[in-house]
Write a protein that binds this ligand. Sequence first.
Ligand SMILES: C[S@@+](CC[C@H](N)C(=O)[O-])C[C@H]1O[C@@H](n2cnc3c(N)ncnc32)[C@H](O)[C@@H]1O
Length: 240
Amino acid sequence: MQHDPLTAQKQAVPHEFDRVARRYDLLTGCNPGYKKHLRWSAERMQLAPTPDTEILDLCCGTGLSTEALVKTYPRARIVGLDASAGMLAVAAKKPWARDVRFVCGDAMDPAASGLAGPFDGILMAYGIRNMPDPDLCLARLLQLLRPGGTICFHEYSVRDSLRSRMIWNAVALGIIIPAGLLTSPGSDIYRYLRASVNDFDGVAAFEVRLAHAGFTNTRSQTMDGWQSGIVHSFLARRPA
Ligand SMILES: C[S@@+](CC[C@H](N)C(=O)[O-])C[C@H]1O[C@@H](n2cnc3c(N)ncnc32)[C@H](O)[C@@H]1O
């Protein structure tokens, strides 16, 4: 099957993250609001704060999104999945205060890695944009959720607004790509980041995509700071 260049790059994304894993937290640490906004997405999921609550952190990377979940739902059982062994190695070294599990696998098919659910909540932070077939991914994620369960896609989306596109491209070209070149000179991942965000669905189109996949109660909320209108929590439910 022939793929366009961006789709081909998506398949190489976990390998590219292996190369930047050691510097990832340093770079995101320079991004004001990065951790706070992950926390907002975790809170917006409004899951039950009980020991029975099971949450999947898809594309967990070095565990920054996992940390947001642990802080918001300290009694829940949480499993993080990522395809980059390098990112997972950084996550696994962190001093998790409680039983958090990490699994290496493909977010396109978590069940193939033994994560069959059902989960009360799924958080996918900066993940869905990188899926080679987002509709197939969404169809599988719907099946992994418990009926009535909540999913949150924490993601860039700039297509619907000229202002958002201009700010995103200024930040990417002026700060993110130069900082990425300084910290990880051999990697192309930050140029890919700019292109993939420009290419991703607008807010309205992604909400329609979620509805077509069978999710209900689809809604979105944005962040503050430079990420306002650029990073969003897309929330949806599996019908009860
Ligand atoms: C930008 S990082 C986000 C990490 C974390 N969620 C956070 O918010 O900091 C994206 C992560 O998605 C992972 N990823 C990309 N494609 C994947 C796939 N097909 N399966 C599993 N993980 C994938 C990468 O390895 C990387 O760790």
